[in-house]
Design a protein around this ligand. Structure first.
Ligand code: CA
Length: 229
């Protein structure tokens, strides 16, 4: 495997530098940007396998930067760091295209586990190299391309993972708890509606404007992606 390069965007120098040191000690290559504009500049000019992003940043905040990163590269995993723990902030982060969330102050070992899980998921997906299909929807696990009726659909990394999970469980009802565990690696927390929010994003992209919806809601049970209605 090539050297994994991680971009850290964090204006608190102490946190940024200790993150860089910790990552370097764990055999990652890490670059630090102390503000959002510099982070964006580094991201555009170099290639990174993962981005760790603070939310409150001078210049360009973490949400804005995350959206910019997503529009440039849908697949790179983004982990957001925040001192705020409110559910709304998490949803705003996921909305901006973040893949995971860490609340400050955080345990470095926990961050490391999350980083490895995100990187592993990306690499495992590439290795399997198959097409997943449902009706006229096709997901290519190698190229990360999703098409429906031969139209290309652009998905964020998280939307891609959610759709992949639904496709792998085609015609089977999956609960929100299953989705939370398999796609987000978290225990289902009934206070968050992040899964419903994401299923809606996905619906807008893969079902809106097509005759046959693929994603169906089973009230009180969960969701199912069906070949045919
Ligand atoms: Ca900050």
């Amino acid at each position: 495997m090539h050297d994994i390069r991680i971009l850290i965007v964090e204006d608190e120098k102490k946190i940024a530098d200790s993150l860089k040191q910790g990552l370097t000690e764990n055999s990652f290559q890490a670059e630090v940007a102390y503000d959002g504009v510099m982070g964006w500049k580094l991201f555009r000019n170099q290639s990174f396998d993962l981005v760790i992003l603070d939310i409150n940043l001078p210049g360009m905040n973490g949400y804005e930067l995350c959206k910019a990163i997503r529009s440039a590269n849908a697949a790179v995993p983004v982990v957001m760091l925040t001192a705020m723990s409110a559910v709304d902030d998490k949803i705003e982060g996921f909305d901006a295209g973040a893949d995971d969330y860490i609340i400050k102050p955080f345990d470095f070992r926990e961050l490391l586990v999350r980083i490895r899980a995100l990187l592993k998921r990306i690499h495992t997906t590439v290795a399997t190299g198959t097409l997943l299909k449902a009706g006229d929807l096709v997901m290519n696990l190698d190229s990360k391309e999703v098409t429906r009726n031969e139209q290309t659909i652009s998905l964020t990394a998280k939307e891609f993972q959610l759709l992949e999970y639904l496709l792998r469980n085609k015609n089977r009802v999956v609960s929100r708890a299953d989705i939370a565990l398999q796609v987000w690696d978290i225990d289902f927390d009934t206070r968050t509606n992040v899964i419903d929010v994401y299923v809606n994003y996905l619906r807008k992209k893969i079902d809106k404007g097509f005759d046959e919806p693929l994603i169906h809601t089973h009230v009180g049970m969960g969701y199912v992606l069906k070949d045919k209605s």
